[in-house]
Design a protein around this ligand. Structure first.
Ligand code: BGC
Length: 548
């Protein structure tokens, strides 16, 4: 067991490794990753030196949105294994010192969920009001103008009830009515079910969508910056369909439940709508709702100096009120190694810079499977796309499959060792040489760089949870100090493809990670520096770890 809060909460500054089980490791050759496959690869995760895993949904589901359409929250989809496998996973992770966060999808279910099957059949079913039902407008059109994130109206017609139901995502993902006490009780029951089985908490799906305006007021328009965008969702100010304060009441109830399980936490997903870090602060301040939350908002901009400087400020400001969790890559976005790379072409120097920054900013971290290998996003053909979001918007938006392709384990094995069968998404050829085993054998690989940073973060309280103070440096240099007690570490990033000399104030520090050449940072260089007098005593740097 790894339960227990301890004097310092484990999750402050923790690194949480995100597993997308469908693409992690396949144990039975059906081309889909599963829980036994994940258990078989836990040693890889533990060897990184992370604190916890977050496992994306593995519950019974028609898989229209690859598990985010849950048909039974308290069971395991046979494609992923059994409940006994889930128990084994929790036990095996704990045995390796890893905590386990499960995905709690509380805002909606699958339309195959028995709650919805009954609810849609009749207005007098026991779960009749568990979803958001509304009469049509007098002209038969939907009750208001709300739009689905995945395209089109957020309302779908149900002839049997002669009413519309709300869905923020696919029509097969009806929105739960969290203004209904019975629904809240049911969700708390699900959380309790997994906590009793040993889970250490949850990643809370789509927190901003948990509650809506019960009066169902239409959203005001947001004039498009230029022409009509492919994704209509961007045309509205989402004042009424999402981010309703009633979500706080639910989160407070969840927090009270979690507090009864020492060390259990809630990590929220906050949408990319404007003000995302403000909302993270509001959801996490005062130890009353979520423990921490992440947003993919910063990824909307390029990896330029103003953006990274703003991200640093946002992280610092959020830490002053609550607690952010930084995330640069996950199953919903293009991997940072491609998205942010100069010209969109992955460059190991840049990949490590982004990884270094991620693991040095104040807050906790979500590290997405394959990020430790520096994987670029996969480029897929239209016929290979499986994500319904991508299918709707192709070619304008190619969906999320590019970051969901299987983990490459061995460079020489079929499908890079992910499966002995046919993988549900192809393993990109470029990922083969970057497979875990290949990088394991190369001391200068991104994997070793990542592991080194994680070890440093574990050894250095200043890096894990110390305060962050920005340094006044001129672009393209960006830097900050992380400090706790007498320990003070300097984090430096060169956001340009040129070698940049360091100002004299930064000369003579000893690198603990990354590389400084003379008194300059190489192109896209990253370094963590300590005063020479402190460096040797505090951190025995393994030979060869400072380069590359
Ligand atoms: C998940 C997505 C999913 C959506 C709907 C999210 O934010 O991360 O993968 O499509 O919620 O459940």
């Amino acid at each position: 067991m790894v339960r227990g809060g301890g004097a310092i909460a484990w999750w402050r500054g923790a690194v949480i490794y995100q597993v997308y089980p469908r693409s992690f490791a396949d144990s039975n050759g059906d081309g889909i990753g599963d829980l036994p496959g994940l258990i078989g690869r836990l040693d890889h995760i533990a060897s990184l030196g992370v604190d916890a895993i977050w496992v994306c949904p593995f519950y019974p589901s028609p898989q229209r949105d690859f598990g985010y359409d849950v048909a039974d929250h308290c069971a395991v989809d046979p494609a992923f294994g059994s409940l006994a496998d889930a128990d084994r996973l929790i036990e095996a992770a704990h045995a390796r010192g890893l905590r386990v966060l499960l995905d709690l999808v509380g805002g909606h279910t699958s339309d195959h969920h028995p709650w919805f099957e009954a609810s849609r059949r009749s207005r007098s079913a026991p779960t009749a009001d568990w979803y958001v039902w509304a009469d049509p407008a007098p002209d038969g059109t939907p009750p208001n103008n709300w739009l689905s994130v995945f395209g089109g109206s957020a309302w779908a017609w149900e002839p049997r009830r002669r009413q519309y139901y709300l869905h923020h995502f696919l029509a097969s993902q009806p929105t739960l009515n969290l203004h209904n006490e019975a629904v809240v009780e049911a969700l708390l029951g699900i959380a309790r079910f997994w906590l009793e089985r040993g889970a250490d908490g949850f990643r809370i799906d789509a927190v901003d969508f948990l509650a809506h305006d019960p009066a169902l007021r239409s959203n005001p328009p947001l004039p498009p910056a230029g022409g009509v965008p492919a994704k209509l969702f961007g045309l509205q100010q989402h004042l009424h369909d999402m981010m309703h304060p009633a979500a706080f009441a639910l989160l407070r109830r969840l927090r009270a439940l979690l507090d009864a399980y020492p060390g259990a936490v809630a990590l929220g997903e906050v949408s990319s709508q404007e003000g995302a870090f403000e909302r993270i602060a509001a959801y996490t301040e005062g130890d009353a709702h979520l423990h921490m939350a992440y947003t993919l908002r910063p990824l909307r901009n390029g990896f330029d100096h103003p953006t990274v400087a703003a991200l640093l400020q946002d992280a610092i400001a959020t830490c002053a009120r609550g607690w952010p969790c930084l995330s640069f890559s996950n199953h919903d976005v293009e991997r940072a190694a491609s998205r942010w790379a100069p010209g969109g072409v992955a460059d190991p120097r840049f990949t490590r810079l982004a990884l270094g920054l991620l693991l040095s900013l104040p807050g906790s971290v979500c590290l997405y499977q394959g990020e430790e290998l520096g994987l670029p996003d996969a480029v897929l053909r239209e016929e290979e796309i499986r994500d319904p979001f991508g299918m709707t918007y192709w070619p304008e938006f190619k969906g999320r499959d590019g970051s969901r392709t299987p983990m490459p384990w061995r460079p020489d094995a079929p499908h890079a060792g992910f499966t002995t069968g046919t993988p549900w998404l192809p393993v990109p050829e470029a990922h083969r040489a970057m497979a875990a085993a290949a990088q394991e054998a190369d001391p200068h690989s991104t994997l070793h760089f990542c592991r080194h940073l994680l070890a440093l973060r574990r050894a250095e309280p200043a890096l894990r949870r110390g305060e962050a103070v920005p340094l006044a440096l001129r672009a393209p240099l960006l830097g900050f100090v992380r400090r706790e007690a007498a320990r003070s570490l300097t984090v430096l990033c060169n956001l340009s493809p040129e070698t940049v000399p360091l100002p004299p104030t930064l000369h003579g520090l000893a690198p603990l990670a990354g590389a400084v050449e003379g008194s300059a940072l190489p192109p896209f260089g990253f370094a963590i520096l300590a005063p020479v007098s402190q460096a040797a005593a505090a951190w025995p740097v393994p030979e060869g770890a400072l380069t590359g």
